[in-house]
Design a protein. Structure first.
Lengths: 238, 220
C-alpha cells in the first residue's frame, strides 16, 4: 500500500491536479489472494488436525510416563542382571486381578543382609522399622471405569512383556504401551501373536521354539485351552 | 507479492514446526508427569482400590486386616500336618507328605522353587544362587551363604522340618509364609527331595529307557 502512495507522490500525481490521488488501487499480486488464502486455510486445517491428534494421542501423553519413585529400585538390576522372577515380588499376579506391589518385608528378605548401609535403601529400612508404607507412585493406571484382571491374562498365557514392555531393561519403570481401549481391543480381536505357553509368561525374551510363527502357536494354544477373548462392552466396563 | 509479506509467511510456517517438534520430543522421551486429562470423564472415582491410601483409617490404608479372632471363609488352617508340618497335636515334624505327590505337584514345585528359592539356593539347590553370588561379590559383612539343600544335613531332615523352615525361616532366611501358599510349600519340599535324589544318584538309579539319553548328553 505504501508503494502505491509513493507512486502517486513521485510520478503521476505531480502537478496534474486530478482528483484521483487518494484512489486506492490493489497491487497486481492480490489477484491471486483467493488462491493464496484457500491454500493457507487448507494448510491451517490440516495443521490443526495433526496438532490435536499429536497432542491428545496416548502415544504422546501416556506412553513413556516414568515418575520418580521414592526408592530408586532398579528392575534392570533385579530382573535383568540377576534374573529374579516377576512373581518373587508380585506374588498375587497369577491368582488375583491386581499384581501387588510387594510389601517392604519382601525387600528386606535380602536387604536385611545385603547392602544394609546403602543410602538408597534408607526409606526401605525406615519402612520396615516403623511399618509405614513406602509411597510408591503408580505407573500403569487404567481409568476407574475399566476392569482389568491380571490373573485371567496370565492364566491364558499373555506374557508380562506384552503389556509392560522390557521391564528387565528399565532402571526406572516407564509405561511402554498406550493402554487404550483400542489397543486392548486390538489384542482381544487378534490374540494369537501374544499368546505363549503359560510356563513362560514372565520370560521377557521368549520366542516360539524352532522359529515358529507366534501366531500359529497362539492359534494352537487358543484351541487347546479354549481361549476366547471377549469383546463385549461389559467384559471390561462392568 | 511484497517481500515483507513473504518473510512474515515464512516465519509463520517456521513457527508452526515448533509445536510439532515438541510433540515429537514428547513421543520419544520418558516423562515424570502423568498425562494431562483434558476431559476428566470418570477416570478417578471415589472407591477403594487394592493397596490404595485413604485418610479414613488411622494407618492410612484402604485395605484392612481381618478383625482379631476371626477367620475368613476358606482360611481356616485346621490340620497340623498340612499347615504346620507337624504330627497332629504334637511338635514332632511329619516324615510323610500330607499331600499326594505326583507329577503335577512336582512341576508346580519346580516352578515355585525357581521363583522363590533359586535366587539364593541356586537352581540346583547347592546354595550358590544369584543373590549369593552378588552378596559375595559385594563382600557383604553380614552375609551368610545359604544352605546347601542337596547336602546330607537337609537330606536327613524330615519333610515337615523343611516345610517349617519355608514357613518360618531359619537363621538368616526370612519367613516365606506370605509369599508361598501352604500347598506350594509342600510342592517345593517335594521338588527339593527330587533335587536331593538327583544330586546323589548314580546312573543305575535312572530308568533303563532314559539311561541312553543321559549317556549321550555326557559325550556331546
Amino acid at each position: 500500500m505504501t508503494r502505491n502512495d509513493n507512486e502517486f507522490q513521485d510520478g503521476t500525481a505531480s502537478g496534474s491536479g486530478t482528483t484521483t490521488t487518494d484512489k486506492f488501487v490493489f497491487p497486481r499480486w492480490t489477484n491471486r489472494l483467493r488462491e493464496i488464502s484457500a491454500v493457507a486455510a487448507l494448510g491451517g486445517l490440516v495443521y490443526a488436525v495433526v496438532l490435536v491428534y499429536g497432542v491428545f494421542s496416548p502415544e504422546t501423553s501416556a506412553m513413556g510416563y516414568a515418575p520418580t519413585q521414592p526408592v530408586s529400585y532398579s528392575h534392570a538390576l533385579h530382573v535383568g542382571a540377576m534374573g529374579i522372577d516377576c512373581r518373587y515380588c508380585h506374588t498375587s499376579v497369577e491368582t488375583t486381578a491386581k499384581a501387588n506391589i510387594p510389601p517392604t518385608s519382601t525387600c528386606m528378605n535380602c536387604h536385611s543382609h545385603v547392602r544394609t548401609e546403602s543410602p538408597k535403601l534408607e526409606l526401605v529400612r525406615k519402612s520396615a522399622e516403623t511399618g509405614e508404607p513406602i509411597p510408591w507412585v503408580r505407573v500403569h493406571d487404567l481409568p476407574d471405569f475399566v476392569y482389568f484382571n491380571h490373573a485371567g491374562h496370565i492364566q491364558s498365557g499373555v506374557g508380562c512383556v506384552s503389556c509392560h514392555g522390557r521391564i528387565d531393561r528399565m532402571e526406572v519403570v516407564a509405561q511402554d504401551k498406550p493402554l487404550t481401549m483400542g489397543w486392548c481391543l486390538g489384542c482381544h480381536r487378534n490374540p494369537e501373536p501374544n499368546l505363549r505357553p503359560k510356563e513362560f509368561v514372565t520370560d521377557m525374551t521368549w520366542q516360539p521354539p524352532n522359529g515358529e510363527d507366534p501366531a500359529d502357536l497362539g492359534a494352537r494354544l487358543m484351541k487347546e485351552h479354549g481361549i476366547a477373548p471377549s469383546t463385549d462392552c461389559a467384559t471390561c466396563h462392568r | 507479492m511484497p517481500r515483507p509479506l513473504i518473510s512474515i509467511g515464512l516465519v509463520l510456517v517456521a513457527l508452526t514446526l515448533v509445536p510439532i517438534g515438541c510433540i515429537y520430543r514428547a513421543r520419544h522421551s520418558v516423562k515424570g508427569q502423568p498425562r494431562i486429562q483434558v476431559v476428566y470423564d470418570m477416570d478417578n472415582q471415589y472407591y477403594y482400590k487394592a493397596q490404595s491410601a485413604d485418610d479414613f483409617f488411622a494407618d492410612g490404608r484402604s485395605m484392612r486386616t481381618p478383625v482379631d479372632g476371626t477367620v475368613a471363609r476358606g482360611d481356616l488352617r485346621a490340620g497340623d500336618p498340612f499347615f504346620r508340618g507337624r504330627v497332629e497335636g504334637d511338635t514332632t515334624f511329619v516324615t510323610e507328605f500330607p499331600v499326594t505327590v505326583d507329577q503335577d505337584l512336582m512341576h508346580r514345585g519346580q516352578e515355585r522353587f525357581q521363583i522363590f528359592c533359586a535366587p539364593c539356593h541356586g537352581l540346583s539347590g547347592n546354595g550358590n544362587g544369584v543373590v549369593n553370588i552378588r552378596a559375595t561379590a559385594l563382600a557383604e559383612g553380614t552375609w551368610t551363604p545359604p544352605s546347601d539343600l542337596v547336602g546330607q544335613s537337609v537330606v536327613d531332615r524330615p519333610v515337615g522340618h523343611i516345610y517349617n523352615t519355608i514357613t518360618h525361616g531359619i537363621r538368616n532366611m526370612p519367613s516365606y509364609k506370605n509369599q508361598i501358599d501352604p500347598r506350594d510349600r509342600w510342592a517345593i519340599v517335594a521338588y527339593v527331595r527330587a533335587l536331593q535324589l538327583s544330586r546323589n544318584a548314580s546312573l543305575a538309579d535312572v530308568p533303563a529307557d532314559d539311561r541312553a539319553a543321559l549317556e549321550n548328553l555326557g559325550t556331546r
